[in-house]
Design a protein around this ligand. Structure first.
Ligand SMILES: [Zn+2]
Length: 150
C-alpha cells in the first residue's frame, strides 16, 4: 500500500521538473504523505514567482488538518531556514508550525544563495525526524544545473 521513501522522493523529483526555471532560485518539488497516501504536492513557483515547494504544498491543506501530525513531507532540497522574501516564513518554520514530525530530503542546500542553511539542524532541534536520501541527490539536483552549486 504505502510507497517507500525512495518512491515518494521520485515523485517529488518529478514535481521539481515542473518548476518554471528561474535564474536566481532552486527548482524543488515536495510531497506530503499521510497514512500511505499523497495529501498535497507543491513545486517552486507553482502559484506565484516566489512560492517555495514546501509552502505550495502546505498552502493546499488547512492549518488544522489532523493528518499533518502523522504526515511526512518529502522535499528534494533541504527546507530553507531563511528567505529573501521577508514577509514569508521560511519553509522550516512552516513545517514546524504545521506539526509535521518527519522530513525526508534528497540534498542539502548549497551555499548558492544563503551562506549557511540550517533547515535540517533546526528541524532536528525541534524533535523532527529527518532522513536524507543521498542516493537520489543527483537526480534532485539535475534541474538545478543552471545554478552555481559549488
Ligand atoms: Zn523554502
Amino acid at each position: 500500500m504505502s510507497g517507500t521513501d525512495q518512491q515518494w522522493m521520485r515523485r517529488a523529483i518529478e514535481l521539481a521538473r515542473l518548476c518554471p526555471t528561474a535564474p536566481g532560485a532552486f527548482s524543488v518539488g515536495a510531497v506530503i504523505v499521510a497514512d500511505g497516501v499523497e495529501i498535497a504536492t507543491g513545486y517552486s513557483r507553482e502559484s506565484d514567482p516566489k512560492v517555495h515547494a514546501e509552502e505550495a504544498a502546505l498552502d493546499k491543506l488547512a492549518a488544522d488538518d489532523p493528518r499533518l501530525a502523522r504526515a511526512t513531507i518529502y522535499s528534494t532540497l533541504e527546507p530553507c531556514s531563511e528567505r529573501a522574501t521577508k514577509t514569508r516564513l521560511p519553509c522550516t518554520d512552516r513545517i514546524l508550525r504545521a506539526g509535521i514530525s518527519r522530513v525526508v530530503i534528497a540534498w542539502r542546500e548549497p551555499a548558492t544563495f544563503v551562506a549557511d542553511c540550517v533547515g535540517v539542524e533546526k528541524l532536528l532541534q525541534s524533535g523532527v525526524d529527518v532522513t536524507e536520501l543521498p542516493d537520489l541527490a543527483q537526480d534532485a539536483m539535475e534541474m538545478n544545473r543552471h545554478l552555481d552549486l559549488s
